[in-house]
Design a protein around this ligand. Structure first.
Ligand code: AMP
Length: 419
């Protein structure tokens, strides 16, 4: 075969017709669940200002240091969004959504971009859906966010998951914990990975998130943040756990879970699946009580999560779950000759006006080839039209499932097909 002249970029994937029904089914589950919880959809642009993402996610995060797609045009700095929390918060501030009153319960679905090394379950363009619940301090908001995430995953049929739960503290608890971390790690600083050494001063908690081999023994030595929570943060965490317990949601307390973005405060969580191999994180999120203010908005406590849609579909596939059906037409019009094509053109419109899904041949192929096509697309009926049929005013209506045929008038065809 000739060498391909053009192909997708590394880590960017076409969703072919065989796959899009699964995506539509997943999207429908998300929209339906959002309706049940009364979350409202928001759609923000795929590109944002680079500074928003750097400020939002943190200049020292993996995403910002290694994975962003950014470019300049004129005086503007564009970035392909690597996640959607900072964009949604930007939109919340820009459009004064707090003035709608109460808690804003928003959800989104869409593509994200990270220049990561592609592998199974890890792409450079991938899709997330997620929630942002802005304006509530209540542990109930945390619980609702986690419940929504698990509800969608369960509705897909993926049930064998682990919820890892932690509290990364409020600023006061964190300040104390950071000092302890630095004290613990300082004697070993030179043995830490280069990146962790950079993080040591500015952001020592991110060291707990390090995947570098050489950091692991020292991470093991670090005390649990849960022992350093102040009373208020500890009480919030207890209440979140209480709400989850009451709704029968199991979790594992995971004190080293800090997550990839700097904006998290208090509750942090991740949902993993044993069916996914090395890229086992299905979704993650947490509280980000300071982000709205950090990005220039009114002080607004908030909580949210994001789930990876490719990974959810991979998990479903591993479990043999069939999502979505390939759409099939109800009718295929088989034509022979120009007059028949003219007739078909009109019949296509008329049938569609009556909400009948119908297609035909566009290449003047033989009747045999057209019948084969009608089978391939799994049409329920074929109408066969040629000069003699047009003269007689009687057409062959073939039931493709049981191969029965009848010669009927156009009126009768419409009656049968629209029933
Ligand atoms: P994060 O925004 O990093 O918290 O990621 C949330 C979820 O998005 C993860 O749990 C994954 O399921 C998914 N995800 C993140 N990065 C990628 C990627 N490069 N490719 C596919 N899915 C991803």
């Amino acid at each position: 075969m000739a060498e391909l002249k053009y192909r997708t970029h590394h880590g960017m994937v076409d969703l072919l017709p065989e796959e899009t029904p699964k995506w539509r089914a997943l999207e429908e589950i998300i929209h339906n669940t959002a309706r049940l919880y009364h979350f409202e959809e928001i759609r923000t642009p795929i590109m944002e200002q680079t500074e928003l993402i750097v400020r939002g996610i943190g200049a020292l995060s993996d995403i910002v240091t290694k994975e962003i797609f950014a470019f300049e045009k004129g005086d503007d700095h564009y970035i392909l969004r690597p996640e959607c929390t900072a964009p949604v918060v930007r939109s919340f501030i820009e459009h004064h959504l707090d003035q709608r009153g109460g808690t804003q319960k928003l959800y989104y679905i869409g593509p994200m971009f990270r220049a990561e090394r592609p592998q199974k379950g890890r792409q450079r363009q991938f899709h997330q859906f997620g929630l942002e619940l802005l304006g509530s301090d209540s542990p109930l908001a945390d619980a609702e966010t986690i419940r929504f995430m698990i509800d969608v995953v369960n509705r897909i049929g993926v049930r064998n998951t682990t919820l890892k739960l932690n509290s990364v503290g409020d600023p006061e608890s964190r300040a104390r914990y950071k000092e302890i971390l630095q004290e613990t790690l300082k004697p070993h600083l030179s043995k830490l990975s280069e990146l962790s050494q950079v993080r040591f001063e500015k952001n020592p908690m991110r060291i707990l998130d390090s995947k570098e081999e050489e950091d692991q023994p020292f991470i093991e030595m670090c005390p649990s943040i849960l022992d350093y929570l102040n009373d208020e943060t500890a009480a919030h965490f207890e209440q979140v756990k209480g709400y989850l317990d009451a709704s029968g949601i199991a979790y594992e307390i995971t004190p080293r879970l800090v997550r990839g973005m700097d904006y998290y405060t208090r509750t942090a969580f991740e949902l993993t699946s044993p069916d996914l191999g090395s890229q086992d994180a299905l979704a993650g999120g947490g509280r980000y009580d300071l982000l709205v203010e950090e990005l220039g908005g009114p002080a607004t406590p908030a909580v949210g999560f994001a789930a990876g849609m490719e990974r959810l579909l991979l998990a479903a596939e591993e479990l043999g779950i069939n999502l979505g059906e390939t759409p099939t037409p109800h009718v295929y019009i088989v034509t022979r000759g120009e007059a028949a094509v003219q007739w078909a053109s009109k019949a296509l419109s008329e049938l569609r006006k009556k909400n009948v899904s119908v297609t035909t041949d566009y290449q003047a192929r033989s009747i045999k080839a057209q019948m084969k096509e009608a089978n391939r697309v799994q049409a329920t009926y074929a109408i066969i039209v040629g000069d003699s049929e047009l003269e007689e005013g009687l057409f062959t209506l073939r039931n493709m499932h049981d191969s029965s045929e009848s010669k009927v008038s156009l009126e009768e065809i419409f009656k049968r097909l629209t029933n």
